[in-house]
Design a protein around this ligand. Structure first.
Ligand code: FAD
Length: 373
């Protein structure tokens, strides 16, 4: 029977696209599997990974350790390197065949390229760059609450309603949340009429579960038959070149010392102080976008809505005002320490410890006292 994304009742289970490069799983995949586990538990369905590559069975079990029940593995030399054509074909064919209800991708370069292409082929919706996912009351119930005279108990009990002649289960839906209007509000997005509901999720936002070795042993690995030939692929990967300079690993860091425009009177000196403080803490240097835009530091250091989302054990903000777009990337840190000479700076609203003062005086004292401790 022809695939119909509007036949929502035919879809089941939560899927995560498991991104690997050169046979190594990307950290975002484990975050998504962990988050997918929560959604699958709430829906009472299975969590499945979809893994594409060449001889990647060896890394499939790891996914079970983070919560996957099953992994669909598609091995082929044609899938060794990522190409939009090949990956789109295999994923969309698999979705048409097996029909997952929810399909998640990391908002990495590959995910941002692949997910929209798959969504268009599947005639479904995609919510890009999500920062939060939950199973929630679908929009229809909220609409009914506001627009109808139906009693709350009757709305609560609603299971299936007809929309454009199709039956839709309105007792549950996935709510996808993402920043909108430059981060000034958080938008809740539903995709109630089409399946799978698809989302890309920002790396570093979802927390990875503890690895469970027993679960990794129990995960079911499946190899569905699939068709892919060289003629399906219009691009050829000639060479993969590694970035010459090692980029700063903000997402994996426990301690981050970030600089803002407050270092402007001595940029070099300010960055050096941040590096020294990061070194005594065993952490790395981050920054606000103001410093990146000014060319004082490279873009891989940027924290915030258009940079990285981090949740280290300790985040130190030096001379950063605390604009909403910066806070969007760091406010879930376990402990926030802010140094700012303006006692009304918004960064103090999210700080656990605030020091009002000139960073060029405060930071050397901080470094000395940490060294002495
Ligand atoms: P400022 O706002 O200029 O603050 C400098 C602070 O330093 C002030 O609070 C000042 O009191 C303090 N200060 C000055 N001198 C000293 C001193 N000697 N000692 C101590 N304190 C001092 N921003 C991001 O950071 N990340 C993003 O991802 C991001 N994405 C954006 C996306 C969009 C769509 C838009 C519109 C904006 C985005 N921004 C982002 C920019 C954001 O709005 C702010 O402009 C930016 O965060 C400001 O950086 P800042 O705090 O370093 O500078």
């Amino acid at each position: 029977m022809a695939f119909n994304s509007a036949d929502t009742a035919a879809f089941k289970n939560v899927w995560v696209f498991c991104e690997q490069r050169q046979g190594k799983m990307m950290p975002t995949t484990f975050e998504l599997i962990s988050e997918g586990r929560k959604l699958a538990d709430e829906l009472g369905v299975e969590l499945c990974g979809i893994l594409l590559g060449d001889n990647v069975d060896g890394i499939a079990k790891e996914l079970g350790g983070y919560g996957a029940d099953k992994v669909y593995v598609y091995n082929s030399p044609l899938l060794k390197d990522y190409t939009t054509d090949a990956y789109t074909k295999v994923i969309t064919d698999a979705v048409e065949e097996i029909k997952p209800e929810i399909l998640l991708f990391g908002a990495s370069n590959i995910g941002r390229d692949l997910a929209p292409r798959c969504a268009a082929r599947l005639h479904t919706g995609l919510c890009a760059d999500c920062t939060h996912l939950d199973i929630d009351m679908p929009i229809y119930k909220n609409f009914l609450r506001e627009a109808s005279t139906l009693a709350e108990e009757r709305i609560e009990k609603l299971g299936t309603v007809k929309i454009n002649g199709q039956d839709h289960d309105v007792s549950r839906d996935i709510k996808m949340t993402r920043p909108a209007f430059g981060g000034h509000l958080m938008a809740s997005i539903f995709c109630p009429r089409f399946r799978p509901a698809m989302a890309t999720v920002r790396p570093g936002v979802m927390k990875k579960r503890e690895f469970c070795a027993d679960c990794a042993e129990k995960v079911e690995i499946l190899h569905p038959a699939f068709e892919l030939s060289a003629s399906d692929i219009k691009t050829e990967v000639v060479e993969t070149v590694k970035a010459a300079k090692k980029l700063v690993d903000l997402i994996g860091a426990d301690f981050i010392v970030s600089v803002g425009r407050g270092i402007s009177k001595d940029v070099e000196g300010g960055i050096k102080l941040a590096e020294e403080l990061a070194e005594v803490l065993g952490g790395v240097v981050g920054s606000s976008r103001a410093c990146v835009d000014a060319g004082w530091i490279t873009a891989d250091h940027q924290v915030g809505q258009t940079g990285k989302t981090v949740h280290p054990k300790v985040y130190v903000a030096l001379g950063i005002s605390g604009a909403i777009q910066h806070k969007a990337g760091m406010q879930d840190s376990e402990c926030i320490i802010a140094v700012n000479k303006n006692e009304n700076a918004p960064i103090f609203e999210v700080a656990d410890y605030g020091i009002v003062g000139d960073l060029f005086k405060v930071v050397p004292e901080l470094i000395e006292s940490i060294k002495a401790a």
